[in-house]
Design a protein around this ligand. Structure first.
Ligand code: ADP
Ligand code: MG
Length: 420
């Protein structure tokens, strides 16, 4: 082991001594060695801006107080050996033989990140790494092996991006382990490459950006065309407001579900309108688009164009007036996803309707859709009323009991040596 190697686990404010001890013990049990350190990255909730990311548009997600932890240890045999508390399976592959084709199941997320880092990670933001990967040959052909154990409290398939949490935690851990020197934005892209090219889910850059760049009490405003980001204060605590997540337990599947079909509709609309992406169009173009597109494609595109507008307006209102002012935009976003983009399900609609009826400031489904979660922006005092009402409504409709929890906008992935 390199003498100068420092672990970054101690820097992680979300890691209590108890959890660190538990994760270290679990790593040692499963990998029969001592770990080097623990890195983490959060899940995310998207406040507004749905399906706009792959249309080069605007999104406004925030990192949440639920995280994936990656415990990483040294191996000198060129093998990657990964485990997770979520499974008894131990997956072992030779890094020299790591290709997308050999990866499947849950291990495709962490090992896909390893592949993306090795294949093109160091150049993802156009920079050469400051220091060549430690333990590689001059040609960079023999990456140093690693043992990796995952522990996450981001619920799976709830629309909170448990996948990005794992990708980003793995990315920061391996970036440090291999001394690759990638920026936070480059690592977000690495996570997306793993998800697109290895897992096979055609998702945008939003989830990984939120997980990498999130900040306490703030959202990440991301322009997916320029890739510029800024932190937007949410002011929830100051206004005594909270964000309640309603996990409907209806599971989605990005890789095979309607996500790819929606993406194809957006690409078709852009092609017919002769633009690179729907980002180039504004509400003023809608009458022209109605003429040029079939009804379904038109409605898909209208969602994207109006949603981009709503994201910008949300950022403006948060700055000018605070969270109380954005309720109407959240509500309108839900209607657009329900009627135009058609990615909602009855459980999500019910959660949103009941939240609105019981006095939420605003409510909408969040995430890719076809299941997953809704969010309600609500005053702290009113939240118990909402929770009781939603549980009652779900019982009445004989829907599975949803999970309700408050999320706190939190810091993103732990990363050493890079200013946030
Ligand atoms: P989400 O909306 O939660 O991101 P995805 O379908 O994109 O849903 O990703 C969920 C997948 O991520 C799981 O099926 C699993 O393969 C992987 N995953 C999530 N959490 C863990 C974990 N703790 N350990 C291993 N794999 C996990
Ligand atoms: Mg996901």
């Amino acid at each position: 082991m390199s003498e100068s190697y420092e672990t970054s686990g101690a820097m992680d404010a979300t890691l209590s001594p108890e959890l660190a001890a538990e994760l270290t013990a679990e790593f040692t049990r499963r990998h029969e060695s001592e770990p080097l350190g623990i890195w983490s990255a959060p899940g995310r909730v998207n406040l507004i801006g749905e399906h706009t990311d792959y249309n080069s548009g605007f999104v406004l997600p925030f990192a949440i107080d639920r995280r994936a932890y990656v415990v990483l240890g040294w191996r000198d045999d060129g093998l990657a050996r990964v485990t997770s508390t979520f499974s008894d399976e131990v997956v072992e592959v030779s890094l020299a033989e790591l290709t997308p084709e050999v990866l499947e199941g849950w291990s495709a997320y962490p090992l896909g990140v390893a592949w993306a880092l090795l294949a093109r990670g160091t150049l993802a933001d156009g920079r050469e790494p400051a220091v060549p990967p430690v333990g590689t040959s001059a040609a960079g052909l023999e990456p140093r092996g690693f043992a990796l154990h995952i522990h996450s409290d981001v619920p799976i398939g709830a629309g909170l991006s448990s996948s990005a949490a794992i990708e980003c935690a793995t990315a920061v851990a391996l970036n440090e382990y291999w001394v690759l020197g990638n920026s936070q934005k480059a690592l977000a892209r690495i996570g997306q490459i793993a998800e697109n090219q290895v897992v096979g889910a055609p998702t945008g850059i939003m989830d990984q950006s939120a997980s990498m760049l999130g900040r306490r009490d703030s959202a990440v405003f991301l322009d997916c065309r320029s890739m510029e980001t800024s932190s937007v204060a949410l002011g929830l605590a100051a206004h005594d407001d909270e964000i309640l997540v309603i996990d409907t337990k209806v599971s989605h599947d990005h890789a095979t579900g309607g996500y790819a079909a929606r993406r194809a509709s957006c690409e078709l609309a852009a092609r017919v309108m002769k633009v690179d992406s729907l980002r180039e169009l504004t509400p003023a173009d809608l009458p022209r688009m109605r003429e040029a597109l079939d009804d379904e494609t038109f409605r898909r595109a209208r969602h994207i164009i109006t949603e981009n507008d709503r994201v910008e307006e949300t950022v403006r209102l948060l700055g000018a007036e605070g969270p109380q002012a954005i309720g109407g935009l959240l509500d309108a976003s839900h209607v657009s996803m329900r009627d135009d983009f058609e990615i909602s399900v009855p459980q999500l609609d019910l959660a949103v309707e009941v939240a609105q009826r019981l006095g939420a400031i605003g409510a909408r489904m969040t995430g890719g859709g076809f299941g997953g979660s809704a969010l309600a922006l609500v005053s702290r005092a009113r939240r118990p009323l909402l929770e009781a009402g939603i549980l009652e409504a779900f019982a009445l409709h004989q829907f599975e009991k949803p999970d309700l929890f408050v999320v706190q906008p939190s810091d993103g992935a732990t990363m050493k040596g890079e200013p946030r």
